[in-house]
Design a binder for this molecule. Structure first.
Ligand SMILES: Cc1ncc(COP(=O)(O)O)c(C=O)c1O
Length: 370
C-alpha cells in the first residue's frame, strides 16, 4: 500500500509538472504512450510480438467482455461457453438476454471441436449490422476453473473452425503471465497468436480472435485496467489516468518485478496445495495439476454432492471452496469443487486443505458408496 501511494504520488506530480493530458478524457482506444508501453511489456511477457496498433485500453476483462458483446456480436446471436466456465462471465453474459447461451463440452486439452462444429452449424445465421452472429467465450490458458491449457492441435483446429463458421472467439487471457514452469521460459502461446500469424498469408483473413487482458491478476484488481488485443474499432473510452500511472509502472520495471514476485509466490502455494491433496484427498477423487493461474479443480465420485460437502466442511472446519454448479450454465458439475491457491501462504494452505480433506472423508463415509 505504502509503495502504491508513493508511486501514485510521484507519478501524479510528474504528470502535473509536465502539463499532462492524463486528467483529460484521452483517446478512446488509450493513449499512444500507454499502448506502446503495454505492447513492449506484453511482447516481453508473452515472448511473442504484440503490436501497439492492435491494442485497445479497457477497464478490465469483465468490461472488455461487455464491450465485445455489445459492439461486435448480433444481439439476436449466440454465445457459446465451456461447460465449466468463469462464473462472473456467466453472470455478465446472462445480462444479454436477447442472446442464446449454449454450453460446449470441455476436454483436458480444450473443447470438443467436433461437437463445437456441430453446434455452430446448428445455430449459424446471417448477422445483421454487427460483425459476428455468435461468439465463443473461453480461456485457452490456465482456464478458470479447470486450470487446463488448450493443446496446440486444438488451437489450430479452433482457428480453422472459427474462420469457416464466421464466429468470434473471445479469450479471457488474464492468467497467461502467471506461469510456474520455467520462470524464464515462454508461457503457453495465446490462441490470438495462432490467428494473427496468418494475417497477410490467408486470403480473406479478418481476425476471429480477441485476447481480452487485464492488470487485475498481475498488478491489482482495484486499478480497473485492462486491454483488448485484436479489435481495431471500439465504442468505449476507458481509464486514461490509470493508463498513465500503469505506463510509468511498466517503464520503471515495477510491473515486471510484480509479476515475478506473484509467480514465485503462487508457484510455492500451488505446490503446497497439490502435495496436501496428494496425501489427504480420498483416493476416489482426482484433481488438476495446473502449470499456472489460480485454481485447482477437484473431481469427486459422481454421487457426491459438492454443494453439500462444501457446506459441511464450512460448518465443521470453516474451510470452503467454490462448488462446481457455479461454473456451469446448466447448473451441473455437482461433483466438482474449485480451490484457489493464490490468496494464502503455503502453511495456511496445507492446514486448510488437510481440514477440507478430513471433512471430505467424513462426508463420503456418511454418504456411503453409490
Ligand atoms: C477468467 C477471468 N476473467 C476475468 C476476470 C476478472 O477480470 P477483471 O478484474 O479485469 O474484470 C477473472 C477474475 O477472477 C477471471 O478469472
Amino acid at each position: 500500500m505504502q509503495m502504491a501511494l508513493t508511486v501514485l504520488f510521484e507519478t501524479t506530480k510528474y504528470e502535473v509538472e509536465n502539463k499532462s493530458f492524463l486528467f483529460q478524457y484521452g483517446p478512446t482506444i488509450g493513449t499512444t504512450e500507454f499502448r506502446e508501453t503495454l505492447a513492449s511489456f506484453l511482447t516481453e511477457g508473452y515472448c511473442s510480438e504484440v503490436n501497439k496498433s492492435d491494442l485497445v485500453q479497457t477497464s478490465g476483462a469483465t468490461s472488455g467482455l461487455h464491450l465485445i458483446l455489445s459492439t461486435l456480436v448480433d444481439l439476436a446471436g449466440v454465445i457459446f461457453v465451456d461447460e465449466y466456465t468463469y462464473m462472473i462471465a456467466l453472470e455478465t453474459i446472462s445480462q444479454f438476454n436477447t442472446m442464446k447461451i449454449v454450453p460446449v463440452p470441455l476436454e483436458e486439452d480444450g473443447p470438443n471441436v467436433g461437437t463445437l462444429k456441430g453446434l455452430f452449424e446448428q445455430h449459424r445465421f446471417e448477422a445483421k449490422g454487427k460483425l459476428f452472429w455468435g461468439v465463443y467465450y473461453t480461456m485457452p490458458t490456465f482456464h478458470n476453473p479447470t486450470g487446463i491449457v488448450f493443446s496446440e492441435e486444438k488451437c489450430h483446429q479452433l482457428i480453422k473452425l472459427a474462420r469457416e463458421s464466421d464466429i468470434l472467439i473471445a479469450c479471457d487471457d488474464v492468467y497467461n503471465l502467471l506461469h510456474y514452469g520455467d520462470p524464464d521460459g515462454a508461457p503457453p502461446k495465446r490462441l490470438f497468436a495462432y490467428d494473427i500469424a496468418d494475417l497477410g498469408v490467408v486470403e480473406g483473413w479478418r481476425g476471429n480472435v480477441i485476447s481480452n487482458g487485464s492488470f487485475s491478476k498481475i498488478l491489482s484488481p482495484g486499478i480497473r485496467l485492462g486491454w483488448m488485443d485484436g479489435v481495431l474499432k471500439s465504442g468505449g473510452a476507458a481509464n486514461n489516468y490509470t493508463g498513465g500511472i500503469v505506463s510509468t509502472l511498466i517503464q520503471m520495471g515495477l510491473a515486471r518485478r510484480q509479476v515475478q514476485l506473484y509467480s514465485s509466490n503462487y508457484s510455492a502455494r500451488l505446490q503446497a496445495m497439490l502435495e496436501t491433496l496428494e496425501i489427504h484427498l480420498p483416493k476416489e477423487c482426482s484433481f488438476s495439476r495446473p502449470q499456472g493461474g489460480y485454481f485447482v479443480w477437484i473431481r469427486f465420485p459422481e454421487h457426491i454432492d459438492c454443494v453439500a460437502l462444501n457446506q459441511y466442511s464450512m460448518e465443521k472446519h470453516r474451510v470452503a471452496g467454490v462448488p462446481g454448479p457455479r461454473f456451469s450454465f446448466s447448473g451441473e458439475a455437482r461433483n466438482f469443487i474449485r480451490f484457489t491457491f493464490a490468496f494464502h501462504a503455503p502453511d495456511y494452505l496445507r492446514r486448510s486443505v488437510a481440514s477440507f480433506c478430513a471433512a471430505a472423508r467424513d462426508f463420503m463415509a456418511k454418504t456411503g458408496p453409490v
